[in-house]
Design a protein around this ligand. Structure first.
Ligand code: URA
Length: 245
């Protein structure tokens, strides 16, 4: 059971304080009776809640794919910079990014309020693969592929776990795809630095079973489809991806 004001705010009716005003004005009914108490407990899915005569449906969890632009931080609040949540047009106050991308990194970031799923996706036990598109200056040699596969000493206690490097093009500038299954601090930048090719541009293109939707411009987002949510929650689908590589 949850408070009625949270139910209404989470459903996008208004902020908590707007919702309190609506309740005071008698604009909300619960199972046919006007309800004015914000703290009244209701059961999502069982109680019928109407706002101005229209049913208010509620989903406990929300899942969004954001194409993060550079310049914003992967946090819920920041005094200096825009946060990734500033791009999400939701009145919910419990959304957060799953993991972090650096301020200057672009690409796929999952935003949700599902703490258990987030915990699982970030847990080292699951080795969720993440693929990055990278531009570096200089011509990356094929030997770098083996280096990434064997693990690199990037200055931590242990070398990096096997990572999968694909060289898309090599010349004055090289374009790479790198898949890692860990989430160490600045991991991709540190790996490329150790290889001798500092990162010029970094974009995450996949996260576990999710692939960045090419129709999303930088700063745009969309809700995950039911199939994407099912895949994210399915251990098998994550394991399969690791096996495929
Ligand atoms: N690795 C990095 O170095 N930066 C990111 O933003 C993500 C992975």
């Amino acid at each position: 059971m949850i408070r009625l004001d949270k139910y209404l705010a989470d459903a996008g009716i208004g902020t908590r304080s707007q919702v309190k005003q609506y309740l005071k004005k008698g604009m909300v009914t619960v199972n046919g009776e006007v309800e004015q108490q914000p703290k009244q407990k209701v059961t999502p899915g069982a109680d019928l809640i109407l706002f101005q005569g229209k049913e208010v449906s509620y989903s406990e969890y929300e899942y969004y794919m954001l194409n993060k632009p550079a310049g914003c931080v992967s946090a819920t609040k920041d005094l200096e910079y825009k946060t990734v949540l500033d791009y999400i047009d939701s009145l919910r106050d419990d959304l957060f990014p799953v993991g972090r991308l650096d301020r200057d990194t672009e690409g796929l970031l999952l935003i949700t309020n599902d703490g258990a799923l987030s915990h699982r996706l970030l847990s080292p036990a699951y080795h969720v693969p993440k693929t990055y598109y990278i531009k570096v200056s200089g011509c990356v040699p094929k030997e770098a592929i083996e280096g990434c596969r064997l693990g690199l000493d990037i200055g931590d206690d242990a070398p990096t776990k096997p990572a999968f490097l694909e060289i898309l093009s090599a010349g004055e500038v090289s374009e790479l795809l790198l898949t890692i299954t860990e989430g160490r601090y600045h991991q991709v930048k540190r790996m490329c630095h150790v290889l001798g090719y500092p990162v010029e541009y970094l974009k995450r293109v996949s996260f576990g079973p999710l692939t960045l939707d090419a129709s999303l411009a930088l700063g745009q987002y969309r809700p995950l489809t039911p199939e994407e949510i099912t895949q994210l929650k399915d251990e098998e689908s994550i394991c399969c991806i690791i096996k495929k590589q």
